[in-house]
Design a protein around this ligand. Structure first.
Ligand code: SF4
Length: 259
């Protein structure tokens, strides 16, 4: 397979790599490969960049089969990785049963937790030093709004984070790619991404937030870009001060009520 990225796509992935210092000489990068469009694009993109990179790094892939009733069609994934000349590790698990089982309070967060643990274990046991995840710009903006709405926090995931326990570094080279661009590119390949087999697909908070941002952005094109601008530290922000403590309130009360 000839592995070539459009120049603008390559430029934006390189921008993320350089700005957030995601890759360096000798890195061994393991990509979390669900078989969906985003992780397929990440594998393809890293392999395309590797050919022209000014330093050497290696790329591998790990597919975690979550254990839904219909298990992953790994032949498709194997042939995609073979064409890209990327080694693929396949891990069969029963994460779905645990995360979505009876009594599970937060299936998506349990699912993500266990899946990350498997990816990290494979990375450490095969000598990879970095784990690459395929979260793109839309994911970051959606997570930013979700955190505010459902956790009361002003935060999103970081393009790069270090895991003290395993010594691994997690990188997200697609943070400057829009989802629509990834879909457009994947549609040009003779490759059909694997559909999700999760029964919660389309029913999660993430999907609600994605639909909400999409709807508001159709009404006003600046909604998405405004959210994205606020997501950057140092952006326009005028927040209330932190809640005053009892001590501070007592002191203010004294000052204002009994001058
Ligand atoms: S939607 Fe399904 S596969 Fe995705 S995180 Fe939630 S439980 Fe896991």
């Amino acid at each position: 397979m000839q592995v070539v990225l459009p120049r603008d796509y390559a430029r934006r992935i390189w921008r993320a790599i350089i700005e957030f210092e995601l890759l360096t000489e000798g890195d061994q990068v393991l990509v979390g490969f669900s078989g969906g469009k985003d992780s397929s694009f990440l594998l393809y993109g890293l392999q395309a960049l590797k050919a022209k990179a000014p330093f050497a790094f290696t790329v591998g892939a790990v597919h975690v089969d979550l254990g839904f009733a219909e298990s992953s069609d790994t032949q498709l994934l194997e042939s995609f990785c073979r064409d890209l000349d990327i080694p693929l590790h396949i891990e069969r698990t029963r994460i779905a049963e645990t995360a979505l089982g009876r009594g599970s309070q937060n299936p998506c967060s349990s699912c993500a937790y266990f899946r990350r643990a498997v990816v990290n274990r494979v990375a450490v046991s095969h000598g990879y030093n970095k784990v690459a995840l395929a979260h793109h710009h839309d994911d970051a903006v959606e997570t930013f709004l979700m955190s505010q709405l459902y956790s009361g926090k002003l935060e999103t995931f970081s393009p790069k984070s270090h895991l003290d326990q395993s010594g691994l570094t997690v990188i997200r080279p697609l943070v400057y790619m829009r989802e629509s661009e990834i879909i457009k590119f994947i549609n040009t390949l003779s490759y059909e991404p694997m559909p999700s087999r999760c029964p919660l697909q389309g029913k999660t908070y993430r999907w609600k937030v994605k639909a909400l941002i999409g709807e508001l952005t159709r009404e006003n094109e600046f909604v998405y870009t405004n959210l994205a601008a606020v997501m950057r530290a140092g952006g326009p922000m005028e927040l209330w001060p932190p809640m005053a403590s009892r001590e501070e309130m007592r002191e203010k009360h004294q000052r204002i009520m009994r001058p």
